[in-house]
Design a protein around this ligand. Structure first.
Ligand code: G
Ligand code: MN
Length: 312
């Protein structure tokens, strides 16, 4: 049985990692970890999984997931005003695996719900711990995949996590992609209302990449608080050549201003990009120019300083 995913890791170690490795898993494993929802026979189910998928099932119990945090910055004041929590998988033999390489697998084996809950709970508990330690109080955002919208318990599960971790709702933000919204508008709308009632802010992630985005945006008036301009537009910003990207970003900023939505420019990597954004009055940015996503132990050092300058 060969893993079928294209992993951005050492391929040799991946191929050496045969399905026989599952003998290393604890006995009665699948029932024990209680991770798979549904009534499929454990054995049949287990034998249909790749080695990597099996590993995924154990990753939470083995403490292999980790959240990294990337600051959102007020570039005018050089202040950290938020953070995005991003999941990473520290695989015991394959090393660091990025979400694009395992979230689709998790979705396939019905494990996304569980990972989603782990992410929210960990981000909320971490944020609360930072606040309790007297550090800067900032909202931390988590990413929600399209399929999570189809699950009925989402709002109540978020409420539960907030209660459990004692984090105030204003310090949790949810990032959703516009494509996921366009797919199931009705369900999404009622969910957005529920989340709004809890007091959570909603950001539209990768904005500009879905086709009908601009014309549809006014439908989300009052439902979406923040637009995150996709990094593909930011990458093309230029002072010398006022090309399409400048125009599109300027237009998104004007529109969001009109709709009273805040804007975050994501993937800002250069001072030139920052300059163009600031010329258009966009001061909230996220990207390598300030910081890569960092493990909690390193992010806390940024939080202590509160201020952050571009890395030049
Ligand atoms: O889709 P979303 O915006 O949630 O994706 C966040 C991803 O973008 C993370 O994996 C993060 O590592 C990556 N990222 C963050 N800042 C930058 C940046 O400045 N440039 C690029 N190329 N990627 C970035
Ligand atoms: Mn995001």
């Amino acid at each position: 049985m060969q893993p079928t995913v294209n992993l951005d890791v050492n391929q040799t170690s991946l191929h050496n990692y045969s399905a026989n490795n599952k003998n290393n898993h604890p006995k009665n494993s699948i029932s024990d970890v209680n991770s798979i929802e549904g009534t499929v026979s454990d054995q049949v189910f287990a034998s249909s999984l790749t080695a990597l998928e099996l590993d995924l099932i154990y990753a939470i119990d083995r403490n292999e997931f980790e959240l990294y945090y990337q600051p959102k910055v007020d570039a005018k004041k050089s202040l950290i005003i938020g953070a995005e929590a991003l999941i990473r998988w520290n695989h015991p033999t394959l090393g660091l695996i990025l979400p694009n390489d395992f979230i689709p697998l998790a979705e396939k084996i019905g494990f996304l719900n569980k990972i989603g809950k782990w992410v929210k709970k960990t981000a909320c508990a971490q944020n609360k711990a930072w606040q309790d330690a007297g550090l800067l109080a900032i909202p931390v955002s988590v990413n929600l995949s399209a399929s999570r919208f189809m699950e009925k318990d989402l709002a109540s599960s978020i409420k539960e996590i907030l209660e459990e971790t004692q984090l105030e709702a204003q310090y949790l933000e949810i990032e959703i992609t516009e494509t996921s919204i366009l797919k199931n508008e009705e369900i999404v709308f009622s969910l957005l209302d529920e989340l709004k009632n809890i007091g959570i802010k909603i950001a539209l992630d990768d904005f500009g990449t879905g086709y009908s985005s601009l014309s549809n945006l006014h439908h989300f008036n009052g439902k979406i608080d923040i637009l995150k301009i996709d990094r593909s537009f930011i990458q093309d910003l230029s002072i010398a050549k006022q090309e399409d990207a400048n125009f599109i970003v300027h237009m998104i900023l004007q529109l969001s201003n009109h709709l009273q939505m805040d804007v975050v420019a994501e993937g800002v990597e250069t001072l030139e990009q920052l300059k163009v954004l600031q010329n258009y009055n966009c001061n909230t940015v996220q990207g390598y120019l300030y910081s890569k996503p960092l493990p909690a132990t390193q992010f806390v050092e940024l939080l202590k300083k509160q201020r952050i300058e571009p890395i030049c």
